[in-house]
Design a protein around this ligand. Structure first.
Ligand code: KIV
Length: 266
């Protein structure tokens, strides 16, 4: 294939329909991005989906959890990301308390991401308990990416960050949740740290794609936090990340080289 043909095919805009149509045919590729440069790197690498994750609370703001993240923070970062995205589907994460309090508030806040920040859909955490909310948002014409399993906004209720779906009752709850978000109209669902055999069962049971993170290779696609993948974060990334870069060290060395050059006056 010539480079001209390649770029023509690759430049096709990814929509929620594209994502749905990949199920069972082609794996879906996605990463988080939080600003203009990281978004343009992901887009130029031809990822299918870019998520402005509320993980920016940890990765960008140095918080211990995603709980302090606000609508204002998410809107500002989504706007910046949208300027770097031409090809991928752009999804914004709804932060804690922006959709749990009432359905009208959830629709209003979801709509702000499309109206004010250039997102093409939203992601929210929760399964069966969020069925009515997902239904209402999708009925307002806003695509929803669901998120079940380890849901970091419920870290205190879950008693920490751990693999979900290890007991028969947890497995039933998760399978029911997966079916509920599909019924409610979600176009895909993130399975975070779901026990691998259950992730496979859910993937086989649903007609919408599953996007896994720490849930094994059977999902219809994968998502990771970009900074974990590139080795930009301090300390060890979770084992499932398998970083493809180790850029934190070289960046610090580059800064040191500049500082030394400056100190020496050369
Ligand atoms: O906030 C986030 O980055 C996420 C993904 C890791 C799924 O929810």
């Amino acid at each position: 294939m010539s480079s001209h043909q390649e770029s023509k095919t690759d430049l096709k805009k990814i929509t929620t329909r594209t994502i749905r149509s990949k199920k069972g045919k082609e794996k879906i590729t996605s990463l988080t991005a939080y600003d203009y440069p990281t978004a343009s790197w992901c887009d130029e690498a031809h990822l299918d989906l870019i998520l402005v994750g509320d993980s920016l609370g940890n990765v960008i703001y140095g918080e211990k959890s995603t709980l302090p993240v606000t609508m204002d923070m998410m809107l500002a970062h989504t706007r910046a990301v949208s300027r770097g995205v031409k090809h991928a589907l752009l999804i914004a994460d709804m932060p804690f308390l922006s959709y749990q309090t009432s359905i009208p508030e959830a629709i209003h806040n979801a709509g702000r991401f499309l109206k004010e920040a250039g997102a093409e859909g939203v992601k929210l955490e929760g399964g069966a308990e969020m069925e009515d909310t997902i239904l209402a948002i999708t009925r307002a014409g806003i695509p929803v990416m669901a998120h079940i399993g380890l849901t970091p906004q419920s870290v205190h209720a879950m008693g920490g960050y751990r693999t979900q779906g290890k007991t028969p009752s947890e497995r039933d709850v998760l399978m029911n949740s997966a079916k509920a978000v599909e019924r409610a109209g979600a176009f895909c669902v993130v399975l975070e740290c779901v026990e691998e055999t259950l992730a496979k069962e859910i993937t086989e049971a649903l007609s919408i794609p599953t996007i896994g993170i720490g849930s094994g290779n059977s999902c219809d696609g994968q998502i990771l936090v970009l900074h974990d993948l590139l080795g930009l974060t301090e300390g060890h990334a979770p084992k499932f990340v398998r970083p493809t870069g180790a850029f934190r060290g070289p960046i610090i060395e580059s800064i040191k080289a500049y500082a030394n050059r400056t100190r020496e006056g050369v």
